[in-house]
Design a protein around this ligand. Structure first.
Ligand SMILES: NC(=O)CC[C@H](N)C(=O)O
Length: 366
């Protein structure tokens, strides 16, 4: 048997030996798991995974390679990737690179040959926690010291957000959407463009004056990494924008909206990451199968004293998955209607946003 050359050390002292792929960097990150059977390219390039190492519960990863058109961001920033079996010989006519090549390019360490069933169970039992990905020869004590002395940075949104305004215009675009980039996935831009929206993307710390200048029909608040409480400037921005424009928020954007209206957020034990989470739409009674990727959730009790109403709940653990303030034309969801690959049940939320913008265009603006 080939000799192990890399390993994971977790805060509880457990070690998992395997083989390296991607970059050989040593890193401390937070360990989480994702249960989607496909979508590893979108996962490694989703900015929401900044400073996190993802364990893929599905055992075979890499087999369809990497396609130029499928990146969620130009520069992937995920912390690391852990898989059971890595396939370095993709078979797919769209594939341009192997997963390992891209992970090497963006300095993302990978490890394969790991008992991912055991590791996922340990994350479920003990929760998400810090992990060191390192050479197989690193001593356990040395690794534990590194884990203990390193705090995961809180600047993830500032790190991944665009530094300049960027436009994505389409021929005959009917609506102008101003998007606040906290780590925005490209498929959200594609989803809006496809439905007739020009999108102007602003850095996370933009001012309301800058946004007003483009005369938007609606505001979009993006997904993004880290704790929503760490992005106070965006929470403040939403307090000023609400009531002035229709607003749609996704994931981090949903948490930011809830905080702006006075609700609270909290960290889940190990979060929700996968492509088959059932969510109930309380307004229609329908159930959607959704794609999810989050560690934090909005506290349901804390919404009571706000202007927000719960619109969606997760049927696995009853957590809040969507809210609305009808008066202000503000709504948001914790999951991903733009998901690709993934269930398409929730695409109607973009149509709902467009209807709100259409209503406002007709002179209903508050
Ligand atoms: N995908 C996201 O936007 C994630 C939001 C937030 N960082 C969380 O983990 O809950």
């Amino acid at each position: 048997m080939k000799k192990f050359d890399r390993k994971l050390i977790l805060e509880d002292g457990s070690e998992y030996y395997g083989y390296g792929f991607g970059s050989e960097d040593e890193k401390v990150t937070e360990i989480v798991f994702n249960t989607s059977p496909v979508g590893y390219q979108e996962i490694i390039s989703d900015p929401s995974y900044t400073y996190q190492t993802v364990v893929m519960a599905y055992p075979l990863i890499g087999n369809y390679g990497i396609a130029e058109e499928d990146f969620e961001t130009e520069t992937p920033t995920i912390g690391g990737l852990v898989v059971r079996d890595y396939n370095d010989q993709p078979s797919n006519f769209r594939s341009k690179y192997t997963l390992s090549e891209i992970m090497e390019k963006y300095r993302i360490p990978g490890i394969y040959g790991i008992d991912t069933r055991k590791l996922v169970r340990s994350i479920r039992d003990l929760g998400s926690r810090k992990v060191l990905i390192t050479d197989a020869g690193t001593l356990l004590l040395e690794g534990l010291c590194k884990l203990g002395s390193y705090d995961i940075p809180k600047d993830a949104v500032a790190f991944v957000s665009r530094k300049e305004i960027q436009q994505y215009r389409i021929p005959n675009g009917k609506y102008q959407v101003a998007a606040i980039d906290c780590g925005m996935k490209q498929n959200i831009v594609r989803s809006l463009n496809k439905r007739g929206c020009n999108v102007t993307i602003f850095p996370w710390n933009t001012s309301i004056e800058e946004i007003d200048k483009v005369k938007p029909d609606g505001i979009f608040l993006s997904n993004g990494p880290g704790d929503p409480m760490d992005v106070q400037p965006v929470i403040e921005l939403v307090r000023n924008l609400r009531g002035k424009y229709p607003i749609l928020g996704i994931c981090l954007g949903h948490q930011i909206i809830s905080l702006a209206y006075g609700a609270r957020t909290y960290k889940l034990k190990f979060g929700h990451r996968g492509g088959n989470h059932p969510v109930k739409n309380l307004l229609t009674g329908k159930i959607e199968i959704t794609s999810q990727n989050h560690s934090y959730a909005v506290d349901r009790e804390s919404l009571r004293d706000t202007q927000l109403k719960v619109t969606h709940i997760n049927l696995l653990d009853q957590t809040v998955e969507g809210v609305v303030c009808e008066e202000d034309k503000v709504f948001s969801v914790q999951y991903h209607p733009e998901s690709a690959p993934g269930p398409q049940d929730s695409g109607y939320l973009f149509e709902q946003f467009i209807e709100m913008m259409e209503g406002t265009k007709d002179g209903e603006k508050n």
